[in-house]
Design a protein around this ligand. Structure first.
Ligand code: 26Q
Length: 812
């Protein structure tokens, strides 16, 4: 939008003064933030409503992205930026004597997700709006987000995340669109008088699902979509039915808190309630909206695409069936055709322990109608497939096995597309984990490599780098990120390389100041900043990095005069509260930090910073300052990774195993521009097959590694008697599930190459530049374009579609 500074100032004052009945220069920072947020909302109100109406008038196909998690990050800056008025607002506020940075930083960062999967959902929201694709999010408005993490004595402590304490300016409570979700009770079928059957529900619990809508504003105002988050409430007309406060509380409990686990499935009843609550509210609201199109029900798949973000919302499939059968009175075959054509599913994990299954008894009791439908889907699957594929394949693909409902099986059978999130991951799904399904439904399997929004992760997080790029190659890359490759032409320009090094140094100085302010630790901004930020999990191998630090420390103790490239090891990671081993790794790393940071022999050679409460906002500060990006999971475990893409885009060099999207990073950037090490997926699978891995053998034959491991248990690092021992035993006694010892040598060797390269400032900057220039393909805009073209069949809308990204060359 176009807006003068003068107009903005006027509008801001008015917004403030009507909200707080006070003069604009007398408010608190929080009030200033709310006045600004409110102003943004008024600016977009018409367009938001128009966009909705336009979709109805033109009967356009709409995409609904169902996800139990969203991690949007702070919205103020990105909304103003996408509206094209960020600079105007900054200037106007400054003229009013207000500090934009302080106001923006006062916004809470909604932690409605655990990590990669939730952040991906939000990157996708940004890209859908920016490409003009009518795509909406459907999620849960958790009253408490992911816990706030503190360290006490080096241990993780979890505190509740009361993110709604001061309200949420971005949301609109839409009580008009509330729906009833029924759980529990009994259901039985009776003749409906027309020759069919209809279900009769008895003694159900009725829950009012109230939507809170948040605008998702496209870059350059291409379009405004909606993130609809549902909240569970007591239906007013039934208040008297609930005789106790406890029972009323039980209703609200459904959307009370996000489950803080992202890798270990646990069959909790409340989690199942949450999943069905989201699904039922979302699907009902979509079908209600579809009625406004005045089209026959068979056209549903032409106008609606429902995407299932991992299996968590997989009940979309039986819920859509339920409505089509019970309420719309369609035949099974017709309902099933519509359902399959409407739904699509993304898998995000290769870990067996993360695959979702629910006990039959639990589903029967909580969701009796869902169970009947799932059972019938399964019965028909077996009946139809057995003659075609035989018993073995039919049994291994069936939805109900050994008293458990397999949600991935339901998702594949009930949808027309299943995709992995990186090429390697999609191949492993097809060839290993879900091979039996691939045999039955080869046409459903496809890959959609993840992507990230360059707007949040470069334009906003790293304005200096953004300016450098635009100054050299012009602004075209901003709407067409593939154009970043033009930067490669500057590989030999001393001027550009020096400026790039300077930008990185500034970002590191800012992060160093932040570290000092928040941890008291002083770090040297000219040291190499080595960053590992992601959830804490054994497969991601933060403990491999810990052994690397110990190795360096022991070298220094052996020879305090040693010439070593100074490094700052930066960690950010939350562990699931129930994941003891991950918490023990946190304690060990903090204890190592305590020793290393205070040993005068070490000085600036090593510093260890473990940030508390890692999340989107902290990532925005750390990523622009990273020199090395640690992507060191055991090959074959990380589905994709997206932090790897964000760090590369900001000029970090990747230290990586050939896992997840690292493989594609290698394809684009070239292996000479990163540090590869470790086993390949094939080698890992070979070990699984022949069972010959022996970590103890490696321990006993590798004195350097032995020395680092022994430091965990010999008192070198104090205060980790228990945790050091647990870690040591897992690696030696219990044969090192994630092959940390096997990859140690090649990791250390790769780190040495990094040190050597870092001494050659120009060579480092060249590689950094090549990384930035090669990261265009990882824009979520391309990923979304592929989802839209190949899975959803959704078209971009609006006059501004020329801002849409252009076609992009496929990788070599
Ligand atoms: C399931 C059942 C009960 C409770 C919790 C869960 C649960 C919640 C979240 C299971 C998994 C998750 C999150 C998984 C996740 O974030 N996976 C990551 O997804 C990214 C985006 O595709 C990938 O880049 C990462 O590789 C993958 O680990």
């Amino acid at each position: 939008m176009s807006l003068s500074v003068e107009q903005f100032k006027k509008d801001y004052k008015k917004s403030f003064e009507t909200m707080f009945v006070n003069s604009y220069d007398e408010g608190s920072v929080d009030q200033q933030f709310h006045a600004l947020g409110n102003l943004v909302r008024t600016y977009i109100a018409d367009e938001w409503r128009n966009a909705r109406q336009h979709y109805i008038d033109k009967k356009v196909k709409q995409v609904y992205y169902f996800s139990m998690e969203f991690l949007p990050g702070r919205q103020l800056k990105s909304n103003l930026y996408n509206m094209g008025i960020l600079d105007t607002a900054k200037e106007g506020l400054e003229e009013l004597g207000l500090d934009f940075k302080t106001i923006a930083e006062s916004e809470v960062d909604p932690g409605l997700g655990n990590g990669g999967l939730g952040r991906l959902a939000s990157c996708f929201m940004d890209s859908m709006a920016s490409l003009g694709i009518p795509g909406h999010g459907s999620g849960i408005r958790y009253r408490y987000g992911l816990f706030q993490q503190k360290f006490i004595d080096g241990y993780q402590v979890e505190l509740p995340d009361n993110w709604l304490r001061n309200g949420n300016v971005w949301e609109v409570r839409n009580s008009n669109d509330a729906v009833i979700v029924r759980i529990g009770g009994n259901v039985w079928m009776r003749p409906d008088g027309t020759g069919g059957l209809e279900p009769v529900y008895e003694n159900t619990k009725n829950i009012l699902a109230v939507p809170y809508d948040i605008p998702s504003i496209g870059y350059n105002n291409v379009s405004i979509n909606t993130l609809r988050l549902w909240s569970a409430e007591l239906p007013p007309e039934e208040e008297d039915k609930y005789f106790s406060i406890e029972e009323a509380e039980k209703i609200k409990e459904i959307t009370e808190v996000l489950y803080p686990d992202d890798s270990n499935y646990e069959g909790r009843l409340l989690r199942l309630k949450q999943e069905y609550f989201l699904v039922s509210a979302g699907v009902q609201s979509i079908l209600r909206h579809y009625k406004k199109y005045n089209l026959p029900r068979k056209n549903i798949p032409d106008k609606i695409a429902i995407h299932i973000n991992d299996t968590h919302p997989a009940l979309v499939i039986p819920e859509l069936m339920r409505i089509l059968l019970d309420e719309e009175k369609l035949s099974w075959d017709k309902a099933w055709e519509i359902t399959k054509k409407t739904c699509s599913y993304t898998n995000h994990t290769l870990l067996r322990e993360a695959m979702e299954t629910w006990p039959v008894d639990m589903v029967k009791e909580l969701l009796p109608r869902m169970y009947q439908i799932i059972e019938e889907i399964n019965r028909r699957h077996i009946e139809k497939k057995t003659p075609l594929y035989g018993r073995r394949l039919t049994n291994s693909t069936s939805i109900i096995q050994n008293g458990q409902i397999h949600m991935a099986h339901l998702s594949i059978i009930g949808s027309h597309s299943i995709n992995g999130v990186a090429q390697l991951h999609s191949n492993l799904l097809k060839d290993e984990v879900l091979a039996d399904f691939a045999e039955m439904y080869p046409y459903k399997f496809n890959n959609k490599t993840n992507g990230i929004t360059q707007r949040r992760w470069l334009h906003l997080a790293n304005p200096e780098l953004t300016e450098l790029i635009t100054d050299n190659i012009g602004p075209e890359w901003k709407t067409n990120p593939a154009e970043l490759k033009v930067l490669k032409g500057y590989e030999k320009s001393d001027e550009v390389l020096e400026r790039l090094a300077e930008v990185k140094l500034h970002n590191k100085q800012r992060l160093a100041a932040y570290i000092q302010e928040h941890t008291g630790l002083k770090v040297d901004p000219t040291a190499l900043f080595d960053v590992q930020i992601k959830r804490l999990h054994a497969y991601k191998r933060q403990h491999l990095q810990a052994l690397h630090i110990l190795d360096r420390y022991l070298q220094i103790k052996e020879n305090p005069e040693i010439d070593m490239q100074p490094r700052v090891f930066i960690f950010g990671a939350k562990a699931a509260p129930s994941y003891l081993y991950a918490k023990q790794i946190i304690k060990v790393i903090n204890a190592i930090g305590e020793v290393v940071n205070n040993d005068p022999d070490v000085g600036d050679k090593i510093k260890v910073v473990f940030f508390e409460n890692y999340g989107v906002s902290l990532a925005e500060k750390i990523i622009p300052a990273a020199d090395i990006s640690e992507q060191i999971s055991l090959a074959g475990k990380e589905a994709s990774g997206t932090g790897n893409m964000k760090l590369m885009l900001n000029g970090a060099l990747t230290m990586a195993t050939l896992d997840g999207a690292n493989v594609e990073i290698r394809d684009y950037v070239g292996e000479e521009n990163m540090f590869l090490f470790g086993l390949t997926t094939e080698e890992v699978y070979e070990y699984y097959r022949n069972g010959t891995y022996s970590s103890r053998e490696i321990y006993e034959s590798n004195p350097r590694l032995k020395r680092a491991l022994d430091a965990l248990v010999d008192g070198t690092i104090p205060n980790i008697e228990e945790e050091g021992r647990v870690l040591f035993d897992s690696l030696i006694q219990y044969n090192d599930e994630y092959f940390v010892l096997k990859d140690f040598d090649s990791f250390i060797e790769a780190q040495k190459r990094a040190d050597e390269l870092y001494r050659d400032k120009k060579a480092w900057s060249q590689k950094s530049l090549i990384n930035i220039a090669s990261s265009g393909p990882f824009s979520a805009d391309y990923t979304i374009q592929r989802y839209a073209d190949e899975i959803w069949k959704a078209q971009p809308q609006g006059e501004l579609t020329e801002n849409r990204v252009h076609s992009f060359d496929e990788p070599i």
